[in-house]
Structure formats: structure tokens, C-alpha cells
Design a protein around this ligand. Structure first.
Ligand code: SF4
Length: 215
């Protein structure tokens, strides 16, 4: 596949993961196979996007002169052209991040890319859609993320970390849902727990405000 349905491409500051604070170009692809309760990208998740060739996407990304690129969505891996895009980005020397909801088998994709896998908590409404075999495919440069809507999600996530021994293999990020769990509250839960987890605040919302898009 030589084209993709793109919602937007823009340079910004990476807001999440261990790469937070770095300059990054975001390639936000259109469409998603889930409808999470807390989704803050509904326009991209439900939109059609604009069809762009791989060459056009690479040309636009290259124009920013930033070495870090994140492919996100929606769920980027459901697009048939996603595999070719990751390969092109890695071949071109971009440090490539992929934000995925974990419902698509990651072994089909270029593993030079670093996958940040959102393991859907019960509060997302999409628990059970996650492919557990993706956890076995994680490499040390990958990360997992739990978006926490309340105490129940936190306990569920802590159990997953222990059950899969996740924090021994990869960084496990814990992200509070804006307006539902205060960062201070989640920080306290992490401190009181025995798990190795990293508090993941959405830096872009702190910089540009909670409702800003395309930043
Ligand atoms: S997987 Fe991500 S983009 Fe899709 S509905 Fe859930 S939060 Fe939104």
C-alpha cells in the first residue's frame, strides 16, 4: 500500500512516555477500531482523513528537520499502509515511535520502531480487546501505558504489571485521565504500591491547555 489516510501531521513537543519533552513530529492517522470512554482524539478516531501517498508523508515529515517521529491516531496500525510507513521512517533514520492500542499484532511491523502500547483498562470500556500475545513481543525499547480512570483501574493495572512481570522488561507508564484522577492522587497510589511504575502526565496539556488540538 502506497498511501495512508492522514488526519494531521505537525511538529510539537512530545507530551508522554520516556520521550516527553523532546521535539517530535506527529503523524496522526485517521480511524480507530475502538471507542474508549476517555478518548481525546475522537475527531481523528472517527474521521476519514485525507489520502496521502507515502512519498508525500515522508516529504512533509522531512521538512521539519526533527529526528523523532511518532505515528499515532486513532489506531495507526489498522491502516494497510502503516507497515510500509514504519519501514520508510526507520530506513530514513528517524527514531520512530508508534502509539498503539494493542489490538493489532505488532510482530507484523518493523521492530526498529519503538511501540508505546496502551493496555486498555476496564474504565476505557475496551478491556478485553487487547492482544495478550503482544506483551510477549515487546522489546526493551518499547513501553506500556495504562490510562487510569479511577482506583479500580489502578488496581487492575498494578495486577497486570505483576502478572506479566512487565516492569522488568519495559517501562510501565501510568497516566491519569484528565478531570477524573488528579496527578497527586495517582502519584500517591504509585508511592503506596509495590510496583515499579512511572507517572505519565500529558505535558502537551500542561503547555497548551487541556482542550488544545494539533499541538
Ligand atoms: S484507542 Fe485511542 S484513539 Fe482509539 S478510541 Fe481509544 S483512546 Fe481514542
Amino acid at each position: 500500500m502506497n498511501s495512508l489516510y492522514v488526519f494531521e501531521i505537525y511538529p510539537s513537543i512530545q507530551g508522554e512516555s520516556t520521550h516527553a519533552g523532546r521535539k517530535c513530529v506527529f503523524i496522526r492517522l485517521a480511524g480507530c477500531n475502538l471507542a474508549c470512554s476517555y478518548c481525546d482524539s475522537t475527531e481523528a478516531a472517527t474521521g476519514q482523513g485525507v489520502e496521502m501517498t507515502l512519498d508525500a508523508v515522508m516529504g512533509k515529515v522531512g521538512g521539519y528537520d526533527i529526528g523523532l517521529v511518532e505515528v499515532t491516531g486513532g489506531e495507526p496500525l489498522i491502516q494497510p499502509g502503516a507497515g510500509a510507513l514504519l519501514e520508510r521512517l526507520c530506513d530514513a533514520g528517524f527514531e520512530t515511535l508508534v502509539e498503539t492500542n494493542g489490538t493489532v499484532d505488532i510482530t507484523r511491523f518493523d521492530r526498529r520502531a519503538k511501540f508505546i502500547m496502551d493496555i486498555k483498562t476496564p474504565g476505557s470500556g475496551a478491556e478485553g480487546r487487547f492482544l495478550e500475545r503482544n506483551l510477549e513481543a515487546l522489546a526493551t525499547h518499547d513501553e506500556v501505558k495504562f490510562v487510569i480512570t479511577g482506583r479500580g483501574d489502578f488496581e487492575w493495572a498494578a495486577n497486570q504489571v505483576a502478572r506479566w512481570n512487565l516492569s522488568k522488561e519495559v517501562v510501565a507508564l501510568f497516566s491519569p485521565v484528565h478531570g477524573k484522577v488528579a496527578p497527586k492522587e495517582l502519584a500517591q497510589w504509585l508511592l503506596e504500591s509495590g510496583i515499579e511504575g512511572r507517572l505519565n502526565l500529558q505535558l502537551h496539556k500542561i503547555i497548551w491547555g487541556a482542550d488544545a488540538t494539533g499541538v
